[in-house]
Design a protein around this ligand. Structure first.
Ligand code: ZN
Length: 219
């Protein structure tokens, strides 16, 4: 059973809640999938059952088409947040980390065409591998934070949180006006360009600046 962990194998006191995700928070990624750049964040939710430890071998759904990796900076929520102003949001962050927003891309395209919700493509069991979290330093400059995904030795995704269309503070504020965030919830902040399909046997290395380095493998 997945539990949030802080670096150094420290247990986080709250059980995993929901994962609130933002689509198209990097202009280059919106473009690579042929989507318009949004004027307000496109939000969706993955349930607690989607969360697994990223360092464990990843098991992908079978027979549902390609499953894409989307490497994202993840925020672990430590305090309740309801209808909060952007300036009030940093105080609710307990940790920063990395997530893979696993996406059944063909299924998502079909659902999009029909105007249906994306849950079947994005909220399945195991759809949100998470790294351990780094305790949040309130003075952290998010715009200087970089993330990188290497697949089988080649850099696949690379981005800077400074390129996010909606900043961390604005994103949390916006989310908190639709969904109360609770301790144990996680917010994914969107993926930079370079998403692509995962294959059985792929070796992945996910990095968040100098803070985190997680190796894993696709079963
Ligand atoms: Zn995503």
């Amino acid at each position: 059973m997945y539990r949030h962990r802080l670096l150094g194998n420290v247990d986080f006191p709250h059980p995993p809640g929901k994962v609130v995700c933002v689509g198209r928070n990097y202009a280059e990624h919106a473009k690579e999938l042929g989507n318009a750049v949004p004027t307000s964040p496109l939000l969706f939710i993955k349930p607690a059952t989607a969360m697994v430890a990223m360092a464990e071998p990843l098991s992908l759904p079978e027979g549902l088409g390609s499953c894409h990796h989307e490497l994202e900076m993840a925020l672990l929520i430590g305090e309740p947040l309801t209808k909060a102003a952007p300036e009030a949001c940093r105080a609710a962050i307990a940790g920063i980390g990395l997530a893979l927003d696993l996406t059944l891309r063909e299924l998502q395209d079909e659902l999009k065409k029909k105007g249906h919700p994306w849950e079947r493509a994005k909220a399945f069991d195991g759809a949100c591998p998470l790294a351990e979290f780094v305790a949040f330093d309130p003075n952290l400059d998010f715009t200087a934070l970089t993330l990188r995904l290497t697949r089988n030795g080649g850099v696949q995704q690379q981005g800077s949180c400074g390129d996010m269309l909606f900043s961390v503070e604005n994103l949390l504020s916006e989310i908190s006006h639709s969904f109360t965030l609770m301790p144990g919830d996680v917010v994914l902040t969107g993926t930079p360009a370079g998403v692509g399909p995962l294959n059985s046997g792929d070796k992945l290395l996910a990095e968040l600046g100098d803070f985190l380095r997680v190796e894993t493998v696709v079963l």
